[in-house]
Design a protein around this ligand. Sequence first.
Ligand code: SF4
Length: 450
Amino acid sequence: MPVFEFKFVVREHNIMTEDFLQFAWRTLSFKLQVLKTRNQEIIRIITPGVHNRDQGPDFLDARIRIGKVEWNGQVEIHLHGDEWYRHGHHRDPLYNNVILHVVYEKGKDQARRLDGTPIPELVLGPLLDPDVKSRYENLQKQMDEIPCRHLLNTVPTGILYSWYEVLFRERLMRKADDFRRETTHKTTDLHEAYFLALAGHFGGILNGELFRTLFRDLPYSVIRKNADKPEVLEAILLGKAGLLRREDFEDPYEINLKQEWLYQQKKYNLASPPAISLRYMRMRPAGFPDLRLAQLAVFLHQYPDPGIFIHPESWKGLLKQKFIPSNYWKTRHRIGQAEKAHTHVRPGKDFLTLLLMNVLLPLAYFLKSAHGKPLISSEEWNFIRMLPPEKNRITRLFEQSGLKAGSATEAQAQIQLYKQYCLNKKCLNCAIGKYCIGGGDINRDYLMEG
Ligand code: SF4
């Protein structure tokens, strides 16, 4: 029988997972009064142990009385008893200290350790708290994009805000990790990682990855050597992105840009861009890649050194900057386009706030951890908490469910929650899910009686 059949046990309307069994064990959401092993010995749980998310048994350091003997050791949990043998635990010394095998359904044979001694088994299926189980199953069955949507506005604000903080930090760490990964790449140093991250942001959802691909072989030393000449940076970026190939440029500015690119290409021996087409479809002109690259050139002119972003004053300064490219862009969104007056010459405040949240703060976080400095001080927290929230499909989803993000940090937390938890239905790992599912209540009277 293939192993995947044991990942879920489906009985009519009930969907059981090993994650839920672990949750039920951790929160003692089953009838404690009637616990007996397969061999009818009485079980008393003193502590369920510490959930182990690494290799080895599921819970460590549990204390359990079985019959007249008190044991201290590990607990392994499976949906079906036979999984003990199927996973080869009977041959694995890591499982030598398992004192209790907890299963949803009894297997054919009792589990045994490497030395052949039998492990007491507890069948939890019939003992589970039916309310907790059905709340969990309801969440798992929901097809909504946010399965607990109808319960969100019942979650106490204390739980919500401390969870938001955890989520925000998780997202920040994940993005900071992108810098770590990029800089461990043989050919990329911090400056190049910074440049590629900026290029990804200025390219947006549609062109970000294309920009990263096009600029990956552009040495940052070329940018740095020309950092005091924004028009040269613009020529290099547009040329490297393949936007200066046309033979029919008529405007002197366009002709000069192309000549500058050809000169710099030869000087630094830069490879010609591959034939990749940048995207313009379903995009507002203010986000066209040509204009974004002109803005990026100004940004690099003003901030050639990533190290500056370790200082929070630079975050505040950045939001006051305008990053206005040359006059040519006052009447065009694309290179070679007919002139037409428009007002979106510089990146908007929302764009810069997102740049700060998605690129520069993770960069600061990465730099601080590399220098062993405290990651985010309370003063820095206060500053970023005051930034306005971004509006996107995910934050709108939460807003429609009654949870409006009040700041940029809350919006980031909602994005993390949606992408890393809701989409994967990891409700048992989510503070909101734990609150909504509950747990432990079934034994309240029993525990109070002592
Ligand atoms: S992961 Fe959390 S927020 Fe998302 S659906 Fe589950 S309980 Fe709700």
